[in-house]
Design a protein around this ligand. Structure first.
Ligand code: SAH
Length: 216
């Protein structure tokens, strides 16, 4: 049964956590959150056995579930605090969303592909996770529910949309992989006030593309 979280799954997750720690993830809350999320439940049936490998895998509609290291890295960079209001752009499988919820965040997640949007909801709710789901174009953010303490973009784009920066609270943080289609720099933007931002880069990653518009 796919939903079951067996001792074997738990054991494999412990090993994954050790691996993430050895790759430089040091935030205990992030590691514990990843240790609590049954990643295999978010995977396509053909890949379930690989769920605790530190790799990205296809989730349908040409998209991927992010690599655990990448999920941990982005979550750590965002410095998630309990009760943070977080916007996630690119719900995909819902896995990153579950990790944010395990950190105690209040999550608003948006997906542009209807098929994935429809699939992530039952997966997350069966596990007891309750984010706020939106079907739409993440380039626009979710202005009616902003501003947010944190924004995480889980697809790679050539530039950070101003509309997302506008939906960030002062002292808020945004992480997004920025670059071309081959490789992107993990970019952290800290909003000081409406005019001032501090931008830093944190290594290279490869994401599926951040695309405009939505697909039914
Ligand atoms: N966070 C996801 C990662 C999925 S891959 C997970 O943990 O599984 C990135 C996702 O971003 C894809 O599902 C893709 O459809 C979505 N995406 C790309 N451009 C988008 C946009 N403009 N708005 C919303 N979602 C977008």
């Amino acid at each position: 049964m796919k939903m079951e979280d067996t001792y074997q799954h738990k054991g494999l997750r412990r090993k994954l956590i050790d691996e993430l720690r050895s790759k430089g993830i040091s935030n205990i809350e992030v590691l514990e959150a990843i240790n609590r999320v049954p990643r295999h439940v978010f995977m396509e049936s053909g890949f379930v056995h690989f769920a605790y490998k530190d790799q990205a895998f296809p989730i349908g509609s040409g998209q991927t579930i992010s690599q655990p290291y990448t999920v941990a890295f982005q979550t750590q960079l965002l410095d998630i605090k309990k009760m943070d209001k977080v916007l996630e752009v690119g719900t995909g499988s819902g896995y990153q969303c579950a990790v944010l919820l395990e950190m105690g965040a209040n999550v608003y997640t948006i997906e542009r592909q209807r098929e994935l949007f429809m699939k992530a909801q039952p997966t997350l709710s069966k596990l007891g996770y309750k984010p706020n789901f939106f079907f739409g174009d993440g380039y626009e953010g979710i202005p009616a529910y902003g501003p947010f303490d944190k924004i995480i973009v889980t697809a790679g784009g050539s530039e950070i949309p101003q509309k997302l920066l506008n939906q960030l609270k002062p002292q808020g943080k945004l992480v997004m992989p920025v670059g071309g289609t081959d490789s992107q720099k993990m970019t952290l933007v800290e909003k000081i006030n409406d005019q001032e931002y501090r931008t830093t880069e944190h290594g290279s990653f490869i994401f599926v593309p951040f695309l405009k518009g939505r697909i039914y």
